[in-house]
Design a protein around this ligand. Structure first.
Ligand code: 4AD
Ligand code: MG
Length: 467
């Protein structure tokens, strides 16, 4: 026992990558499977550091061999021994045990037995599913992707900005806000007209969980030139789809002195960069997704990084949809929102590659988007990708004070509530642009996983906030 304390533990990933045998090594992890032969137990050990397991051989001379033979899937152990070349197929190294410590037992009720669990069942055990090959891989890739995002922006001179989670503004104007309050619902302060008086709430005003960090990012882009946020956002939309969550993470770059063209270029560069990074750094995980989740994943990712994305105006996109002869569930027509089925037709059936749709009618987009000279459209852009639809939404921002005030009034907003935001147009206003990339949607795209609930550690969706 004293030996194993002195030895610092090695991750299974590092052990498997060893270039030479190691006479004394300590690994720690969870038992995936155990099988016994006459004189030995073979344990497949996993510690989550990589997809692969380390085969541990425990011989019947071990003092606790009787306990080893009762080890169940899911138990945690620490093993000290020698890393030697493997006799068996499929692995270079295996661990011959000198001492094995059973850290935490498990029993037959452990829900993650060998194979064949449905995604639905695994969602119910979201606290255990990261111990499966598939979900371990998803969440390793999630971490990798987050790192790659920071790297992309940091390498390009962007500053990482933390915008507030609690805010008084509804950036997207869709009214999908979760209220933040300390008011006792049974004893709420009221105005003369009977409405609840949020002026007497904790922050002396109505506050909500943020739907986007964009407005605050604009303030910082007007000072540091190039910033990006990467944080949680919240939307109280009651849509039970495979692509919507009520709590999701968003990456929002914001750039001063940049127009819509520069914005579209950055979104395309970012998406391609992230695919490259995952292909280069997570090959084992991608191979697993290609095998068990989506057979066309690798070909699709190759295809996407190799070609320029298509670009089309909203007007052209609507024309294509109208002329397609396709039967859609929702109507298509100029002035109507593009639904997910329309977006997917454009990217999957028509262009057969990612496509950026730009210049949407002003009526269907938020107040902050820059009005085009036609007075009908705004400089919006949505990047659509096969299998998902919208992955990025962004725009050039309205930098002209009077035009912005007019737009606010048209959206039934009170400009005096946004004095600080309008100040950015009063003092050194510049053309500026940005977008939001849905982190989970990007993760779905690189993994081929078709339900957003399976790329978030603990998903928040209507009716679900367990864990
Ligand atoms: O298009 P959205 O609503 O844009 C904004 O919030 C802008 N303020 C961003 C900006 O310009 N800075 O959202 C941006 C992206 C979408 O394209 C989508 O990928 C993702 O965020 N998204 C969601 N992802 C998961 N669940 C939801 N409910 C989502 N809503 C949006
Ligand atoms: Mg959008």
């Amino acid at each position: 026992m004293t030996d194993s304390v002195a030895l610092s533990p090695t991750s299974i990933k590092n052990a498997l990558q060893s270039s030479a045998p190691i006479s004394a090594i300590l690994v720690q992890g969870w038992v995936r499977t155990r099988r016994d032969s006459k004189d030995f137990s073979f344990i497949e050990l996993n510690d989550g550091s990589c997809l692969r397991n380390l085969q541990v051989i425990a011989g019947n001379t071990l003092s606790n061999y009787a306990m080893v033979q009762r080890l169940n899937t899911g138990a945690s152990v620490a093993v000290r021994g020698a890393l030697v070349e493997s006799q068996g197929k499929g692995q270079n190294w295996e661990l011959v045990t000198e001492e094995i410590t059973i850290v935490g037992g498990s029993d037959e009720s452990y829900p993650l037995q060998k194979k064949g669990h449905t995604a639905e069942f695994l969602r119910e055990i979201a606290h255990l599913r990261p111990r499966s090959n598939l979900f371990g891989s998803v969440f390793r890739v999630r971490s990798r992707l987050a790192f790659a995002i920071h790297r992309f922006f940091q390498d390009r001179g962007f500053f990482y900005l933390n915008t507030p989670i609690i805010t008084g503004s509804d950036c997207e104007g869709a009214g999908e806000l979760f209220r933040v309050t300390t008011i006792d619902p049974n004893n709420a302060p009221r105005k003369a007209n009977g409405e609840i008086d949020y002026g007497r709430d904790f922050f002396a005003r109505a506050t909500y969980l943020t739907v986007s960090g964009q407005l605050e990012a604009e303030a910082f882009a007007s000072a540091l030139s190039k910033v990006y946020t990467f944080g949680p956002t919240f939307r109280a939309e009651n849509s039970n789809t495979s692509r919507h969550a009520n709590e999701f993470w968003m990456i929002e770059p914001e750039m001063a002195f940049t127009d819509l063209g520069g914005n579209m270029d950055l979104a395309e560069e970012l998406v391609k960069y992230l695919i490259h990074q995952i292909r280069d750094n997570s090959p084992d995980e991608l191979a697993l997704f290609a095998k068990f989740v989506d057979g066309e994943l690798l070909a699709r990712l190759d295809f996407v990084v190799d070609r320029p994305f298509q670009r089309t105006s909203y007007a052209e996109a609507v024309e294509l949809l109208v002329k397609s002869g396709e039967k859609f569930e929702f109507p298509v027509g100029y002035g109507l929102n593009l639904q997910s089925e329309h977006e997917r037709w454009l990217t999957e059936k028509h262009f057969k590659c990612p496509v950026t749709v730009f210049n949407y009618p002003k009526e269907i987009k938020p107040f902050y988007m820059r009005l085009n000279d036609d007075d009908r459209t705004v400089t919006a852009m949505d990047l659509l990708v096969p299998g998902i639809g919208e992955i990025v939404g962004g725009s050039q921002r309205e930098e002209r004070l009077e035009v912005l005030e007019k737009s606010m009034r048209r959206h039934k907003m009170n400009p005096t509530d946004y004095k600080w935001y309008l100040d950015l147009r009063r003092y050194g206003s510049v053309p500026h642009s940005g977008f939001g990339l849905g982190f989970e949607r990007m993760l779905m795209f690189v993994t081929g996983i078709s339900n957003i609930r399976d790329v978030i550690p603990f998903a928040r969706t209507p009716g679900n906030a367990e864990f």
